[in-house]
Design a protein around this ligand. Structure first.
Ligand code: AP5
Ligand code: ZN
Length: 207
């Protein structure tokens, strides 16, 4: 199974990805998590990416496409995977198509903008795994502590309100067009097109 989770920042892509990848036994390919790992390791890519991520902008298509291309050659990706936060621009989606990747589903998580700021402001993450919690909606068993490792949770650097507003604007301009891109492709009846599904992101975390 190969699928994309599409949706604005804070929609719950990472949260739902954890359930779906466990159910289907496939890896989660989160370009955001990959970039945060590079930032933490202070690689040249990470240092460059951090400047962009802190403003809420997008890292260049060439860098992201290269990262994903390398990731897809790894052994655990041969029987399927879930993309979280990729593709995020039309050129990224075109690159995936040109690489001949045959997707089964594109799932759009639909959440109104007014819910997003509150979700992101209460988010706490476990940096090593990318697991997300929420202080109110999805609290860890012990405050500020990852359920599985017992390690501390932190707030993401790009979760400041001003950065979040910019991430939302960037989503509207550069990523939202992928909703039409994939839904129109699915409606065209082309046998290569993945099925398109919308999922309400307003239910409980584990609905
Ligand atoms: P990335 O890490 O992909 O961030 P994002 O798309 O902004 O999405 P988030 O991780 O903020 O939200 P999410 O949808 O995963 O929500 P979550 O499950 O955590 O990207 C970060 C940056 O990296 C980008 O800004 C860009 O600079 C760069 N980047 C990454 N990929 C790139 C690419 N392909 N091209 C270029 N640049 C790229 O949930 C949010 C909160 O809500 C949590 O607290 C959660 O507990 C809570 N929650 C979840 N579900 C529910 C629910 N049903 N009810 C109530 N609360 C809920
Ligand atoms: Zn995420």
């Amino acid at each position: 199974m190969r699928l994309i989770l599409l949706g604005p920042p804070g929609a719950g892509k990472g949260t739902q990805a954890a359930f779906i990848t466990e159910k289907f036994g496939i890896p989660q390919i989160s370009t955001g998590d990959m970039l945060r790992a590079a930032v933490k390791a202070q690689t040249p890519l990470g240092l460059e990416a951090k400047k962009i991520m802190d403003t809420g902008g997008l890292v260049s298509d060439d860098i992201i496409i290269g990262l994903v291309r390398d990731r897809l050659t790894q052994a655990d990706c041969q029987d399927g995977y879930l993309f979280d936060g990729f593709p995020r621009t039309i050129p990224q989606a075109d690159a995936l198509k040109e690489a001949g990747v045959k997707l089964d589903f594109v799932v759009e998580i639909v959440v109104p903008e007014e819910n997003i700021i509150e979700r992101i402001s209460g988010r706490r993450v476990h940096p090593a795994s990318g697991r997300s919690y929420h202080t109110v909606f999805n609290p860890p068993k012990t405050p500020n502590t990852d359920d599985l490792t017992g390690e501390p949770l932190v707030q993401r650097d790009d979760d400041k309100e001003e950065t979040v507003r910019n991430r939302l604007a960037v989503y509207r301009e550069q990523t939202r067009p992928l909703v039409d891109y994939y839904s129109e492709w699915a409606a065209s009846g082309n046998p290569d097109a993945p099925a398109y599904r919308q999922l309400s992101g307003l239910g409980a975390v584990d609905d």
